[in-house]
Design a protein around this ligand. Structure first.
Ligand SMILES: *[C@@H]1O[C@H](CO)[C@@H](O)[C@H](O)[C@H]1NC(C)=O
Ligand SMILES: *[C@@H]1O[C@H](CO)[C@@H](O)[C@H](O)[C@H]1NC(C)=O
Ligand SMILES: *[C@@H]1O[C@H](CO)[C@@H](O)[C@H](O)[C@H]1NC(C)=O
Length: 275
């Protein structure tokens, strides 16, 4: 008799446990474990193509060598002794945010040493912080790397991939080439030295007769980090593969524009960093 009752209690307890787990699962656990595809955050894209304004201007804000570390705990270098205690990476952020507000550029270009590898303990975190003012502004921005960017937790390829996936970034790890001359499909061209070689087209002002054409072509080249040449430690340089890509793209634009109308303007503006 006693054992039968125990048996029933055990059974009831078992059923109660299962029921409780089931309720918990449907109400709390399963919603946290399964992915709701509607909530996945995708990269925010800027409005493209880049274009001249109706007044014929296109303003670029170029920023180099922010040398961002760990934010508030990383002190400024090369400031007066009296300023040292009151200057951190946050001053750089403040300055950049102010420059963007004052200048209202059409494109922001970061030319390397964006983060300072030896002070940045987590490259991704420092990248989020250093580019935050550009991302907040919603203005398209592009970046290339310096020699200090990769000294933290990511190599140059990882850095460029990460940067190209950030909101409003128009940066690319590799240049893209058309699959064939008539196709609109693009493929990354990976057989080139460096990470962060790409070009950006700037089209004519809306409503103008050049509104459907690229009239300014901006080239971004990766000048690499360090190198040892004949036992001497020096900086790296632009390789032939990069130049030949640049010549090819430039030639393509000349042919294209000649066919359309010989009067179009080709400007060659190359973003490089001097180390
Ligand atoms: C950095 O920012 C702080 C807080 O705004 C300010 O007090 C300080 O003067 C700034 N330092 C420099 C060197 O500009
Ligand atoms: C540009 O392309 C749009 C859409 O295809 C077209 O309506 C417009 O007339 C074109 N403008 C010029 C100047 O070619
Ligand atoms: C081509 O250029 C000429 C000036 O040389 C200009 O008058 C004409 O409108 C242009 N045509 C087109 C389609 O852009």
């Amino acid at each position: 008799m006693e054992s039968a009752r125990q048996w029933i209690y055990s059974l009831l307890f078992f059923i109660f446990t299962i029921a409780t787990l089931h309720v918990l699962d449907t109400l709390i656990i399963s919603t946290r474990l399964t992915t709701n595809y509607q909530n996945i955050k995708l990269k925010k894209h800027p409005h493209l193509p880049l274009r001249f304004r109706s007044d014929g201007t296109f303003k670029i804000l170029q920023v180099a060598d922010m040398h961002y570390g760990n934010g508030m705990v990383t002190r400024c270098r090369d400031v007066l002794e009296s300023e040292f205690n009151y200057c951190t990476d946050l001053n750089t952020t403040h300055f950049l945010r102010k420059m963007i507000q004052i200048e209202k550029p059409d494109l922001i270009v970061f030319t390397g040493d964006n983060i300072f590898g030896t002070s940045a303990t987590d490259a991704a975190e420092s990248l989020f912080e250093v580019f935050a003012p550009a991302i907040e502004s919603g203005i398209p921005w592009a970046a290339v790397l310096g020699n200090h960017d990769q000294e933290s937790t990511m190599n140059r390829e990882e850095l460029m991939s990460f940067i190209s996936l950030m909101d409003y970034s128009v940066s690319q790890t590799f240049p893209s080439t058309k699959v064939n001359s008539d196709s609109k499909e693009q493929q990354p061209m990976t057989n080139i030295d460096g990470f962060g070689n790409y070009n950006l087209e700037v089209w004519g002002a809306p409503g103008s007769y050049l509104s459907n054409s690229s009239i300014l072509n901006l080239y971004f080249l990766d000048s690499g980090d360090r190198a040892i040449v004949h036992g001497v430690r020096t900086y790296n340089w632009i390789r032939e593969s990069q130049l030949s890509w640049l010549r090819g793209v430039s030639k393509g634009f000349q042919v294209y524009n000649h066919r359309d109308n010989g009067s179009m303007l080709i400007n060659l503006w190359t973003f490089l960093r001097s180390q």
